[in-house]
Design a protein around this ligand. Sequence first.
Ligand code: NAD
Length: 472
Amino acid sequence: MDHDFRMLIDGELTPGVSQFDVVNPATGAAFAQCPKADEALLDRAVAAAKRAQPGWAATPVETRAALVNQLADALEARIGEFASLLTSEQGKPLDQAGYEIMGSVFTLRAFAAMRVEPKVLKDEGGNRVVEHRTPLGVVASITPWNFPVILLMNKLGPALVTGNCMVAKPAPTTPLTTLLFGELAQAILPPGVLNIVCDQNELGALITGHPDIAKVAFTGSTATGKKVMASSAGTVKRVTLELGGNDAAIVLDDVDARQVAQKVYQGAMTNAGQICIAIKRAYVPAPMYDEFCDELAKLANAAIVDDGSKQGTTIGPIQNQMQFDKVKALIDDARTRGTVLAGGDALDRPGYFMPPTIVRDLDDDAPLVREEQFGPVLPVLKYDDIDDVIARANDSDYGLGGTVWGKDLARATDVAMRIDSGTVWVNQHMAIDANIPFRGVKQSGLGAELGEAGLLEYTQAHIVNAIALEDA
Ligand code: NAD
């Protein structure tokens, strides 16, 4: 493609010090060039954000919110172009790319409608104590490659509404939609309010150690999240970490196996399983285990695995070679321990295509069960006893999401209460809403994103405790 992608620094569309290839995962071939920043360009971006921030914070919140709404309108007006570019760089089917862009529009609008009001903590005997919420300053957004657009909006919306300025760094394999968004933002936001820099994994440590960045809002793997936390310590930065997961689906014994298998399949395979809250292991009661596994296999065999830009594709490629190799290794290992019922063999064509894969008869200690596969493969595990299966589901360093499926809603909700995760959905999956906070427990994260709690993460409490001077 011949679009000249540029970074956004201090209100100017800026070329890099060099360029690197962006690969379409459906072909395995480069289709565009991405500009690359060095430390000096990063410093320019941070300095621009720092310069712009006092003026942005002093801008009335209604004006800031109106500009966030303008960003949403501009994005919506070009939804087709964004969705198509997202499919080219990320691989997801075009309709799913469209949902991500529309979700991004809704997220920006939801944050534009939120306000943080001062809270009176005490008002007695002339002593008035008020908690104000003030912006942090310069916030960095670091995003992964599975949902490059909406995960940025989850951070940009609250950061801008509360008066912060931002330096955003997309993942090296999916930087282009963020850069295209930068072109929209250049025409809407004052210079320096949003800056975008790109890298090939070199800038992360410089961002997390930067003295002029007050907070890092990070979404990515638990391994990188630990590095972010460690290197943010030097400047006592605020961090929010949205990290990996290994979400269990617990199917209760009163459901129709066929009906729930369809829902579990969708929860595991949407975006080719590359979702932090994808269903990554399914626990099914012994009496319905065979039927459930067979139904999942049937659905997997019916999938249309192809280039996401082709009409009718239900599963696109895995996003990059490294992730493809990881998923393939987990499947190859699982084959020696259990039974691959459907899929399992990469498509013999260019690109990173792995068909939806269903594996049964694995032990809980198989790597495919214990690790985050982040790809289109689902291990299905058998259980006899509900207390035992809850313990098995909780026996993980992760605690991001999870689902419980049951006809008896009260019983299913009780089980959900016992799952040690930030969010547990009952009889639905991935019901993410910009007004509902989302967070991981254990090694799945720190702090909240979305909702009022997510908004407050971009502020600090500023208490003013005042009393009148007595007469001299
Ligand atoms: P990753 O951790 O490899 O990369 C994420 C981002 O961190 C990229 O922009 C990368 O360039 C940057 N980075 C690399 N090294 C860094 C460093 N030392 N310091 C700071 N930043 C650095 O993750 P990924 O492979 O792109 O994404 C997949 C992971 O993201 C999965 O584990 C998935 O579960 C997780 N994820 C979590 C959520 C959530 O909300 N909890 C959402 C989506 C994805």
